[in-house]
Design a protein around this ligand. Structure first.
Ligand code: KIV
Ligand code: ZN
Length: 513
């Protein structure tokens, strides 16, 4: 029988730490449910001590997820472990992930702790986690690849003695090379007899040198039971090992590994799309597995080959990752039921209220466009999930522009029951709208990035605006779409404004007592 690899997904924790990937609590819950249906075994939901919003997200993910084990991250601090315990109090399948750095660099400059102090802290905090009722306790020696070997082994043995039953080896700064990482994992199996018996061995690889997936595969080859990955490879700096690349390598080259995962690969592409639309972090065209170019063939020789026999130039069947399915084009006559079914094909299941709001937006757009394509739907879904009930909303706007007039705009906005009005001139109609919004809210923003692209095809395609605004030092991203590009710009700017508020609630306070 094939060896079963545990897929530990950290998209919502390490992934969300990457710039531009922050999500609302609603969006995180939607993603967690989609990851659960995708078949990941463990979902790291966040770092609950870091802010009330993170705490709430972990708690609500714990309640929403049906199959997977939900994990909360904690430093070697009781307050962190308490936050994981409290946020997951009602979650039936839960786990705590405790970490402390073991490399000389981190111990000297960040922790300012001696080796003995670090070992004592592991004993105290892994033991404390166990005493809080967690059957599953994972321990990570942060910056493992740059840790001194003998000391790291000591730290891992200390964690096992204190009750850890998963030992995770983080290549925190993406420093390791595949052969070296594999050898280290194999050596650990020899050094720590509990590995392969009562304790799981896990790899957590970052992609600074572009080898996170190779390192994860080397770890599996060396006997690792678990890999920690993120969808689309999002994560700190250059990101984490990409879930889809590891899983499809294992599937396509089953002859090499003889291992299996619980991932339902047909959900991979739709789940990736959901994440891309929620975060606005779009994968490059040549991204393995998900990129737009991955199943298109430009050269005549390749096209000829694929037409004759697909496998000449394709090692994967797109159907196996959920691409190329028969698509049902939606239009103004499509009912709510058809819309719901369509979304389910894409691993998107919305709550009733979200579904109603989506249907309203869908009908509005279907009135403007003849056909609503999947890309339009993804954009609408991310809009619905991005709605912040307490945030600013655009009530109406007007612009006056031309080549002989000074462009001006008037904007009416609402926050809860309160309304405001702004009227300004600008360098163009979009600039005038942004200035009117600033006047209305009293919050000054400076546009630092602005990109517009068409979603779907044809003259009635939607314009999708992605922008970044500097609100007095707080940088927030915004995204929105509409068939009217000035409206899309206004909505994206308001989206950034609302994210700014969400970010200030979501700040990590490392010095919390
Ligand atoms: O990369 C890392 O070291 C981490 C730890 C918290 C495991 O993400
Ligand atoms: Zn990490």
């Amino acid at each position: 029988m094939s060896r079963r690899i545990t897929i530990f997904d950290t998209t919502l924790r390490d992934g969300e730490q990457s710039p531009g990937a922050s999500m609302t609590v609603e969006q995180k819950i939607e993603m967690a449910e989609a990851l659960d249906r995708l078949g990941v075994d463990r979902i790291e939901a966040g770092f609950p001590v870091s802010s009330p919003v993170q705490f709430d997200a972990v708690k609500r993910i714990g309640a929403a997820v049906k199959r997977a084990t939900v994990v909360g991250l904690a430093r070697c601090k009781k307050i962190d472990i308490d936050a994981v315990r409290d946020s997951l109090a009602d979650c039936p399948n839960k786990m705590v992930h405790v970490f402390i750095a073991t490399s000389p660099l981190h111990m000297k400059h960040k922790l300012r702790m001696s080796e003995d102090e670090v070992l004592a802290s592991i004993t105290e905090h892994v033991g404390y986690a166990k005493a809080q009722g967690f059957d599953l306790v994972e321990f990570s020696p942060e910056d493992a690849s740059r840790s001194e070997w003998t000391f790291m082994v000591k730290a891992l043995k200390t964690a096992v003695a204190a009750g850890a039953n998963t030992l995770n080896i983080p290549d925190t700064v993406g420093y390791a090379m595949p052969d070296e990482f594999g050898e280290r994992m194999a050596a650990l199996k020899k050094e720590i007899p509990e590995l392969g018996d009562t304790v799981l061995l896990s790899a957590h690889c970052h992609n600074d040198l572009g080898v996170a997936v190779a390192n994860s595969l080397a770890a599996i080859r060396a006997g690792a039971d678990q890999v920690e990955v993120t969808l689309n490879g999002i994560g700190e700096r250059a990101g984490n090992a990409a879930l889809e690349e590891v899983v499809m390598s294992l599937r396509v080259r089953k002859d090499l590994w003889d291992v299996e995962t619980g991932i339902e690969t047909e959900y991979l592409y739709p789940t990736s799309k959901l994440l891309q639309n929620i975060t606005g972090l779009v994968t490059p065209r040549n991204k393995p597995i998900f990129g737009d170019n991955v199943f298109s063939h430009e050269s005549g020789i390749h096209q000829h080959g694929v037409l004759k026999h697909r496998e000449t130039y394709e090692i994967m069947d797109p159907i196996h990752i959920g691409r190329n399915r028969e698509t049902l084009v939606m239009g103004r006559h499509s009912g709510k039921h058809a819309l719901k079914e369509k979304l389910e094909q894409y691993n998107i299941v919305l709550q009733d209220q979200q579904m109603n709001s989506l249907y309203e937006k869908f009908i509005a757009i279907a009135d403007k466009k003849k056909e609503v394509y999947d890309e339009d739907l993804f954009t609408l879904v991310s809009g619905v999930l991005g709605d912040l009930p307490t945030g600013w909303r655009l009530e109406s706007f007007q612009t006056w522009t031309g080549n002989q007039v000074i462009p001006s705009a008037t904007v009416k906005m609402l926050k809860g029951e309160d309304g405001c009005l702004g009227t300004q001139t600008g360098d163009g109609p979009i600039d005038a709208v942004f200035k009117s919004i600033d006047q209305c809210t009293g919050i000054q923003g400076r546009l630092t990035e602005y990109v517009i692209q068409a979603v779907g095809s044809g003259k009635d395609a939607q314009g999708q605006v992605k922008l970044q605004v500097d609100f007095d030092g707080v940088i927030a991203d915004g995204k929105a779409s509409s068939t009217d590009i000035i409206e899309a710009s206004a909505l994206a700017y308001i989206n950034a404004l609302n994210r700014r508020e969400m970010m200030s609630e979501n700040v990590f306070r490392p010095d919390q007592p």
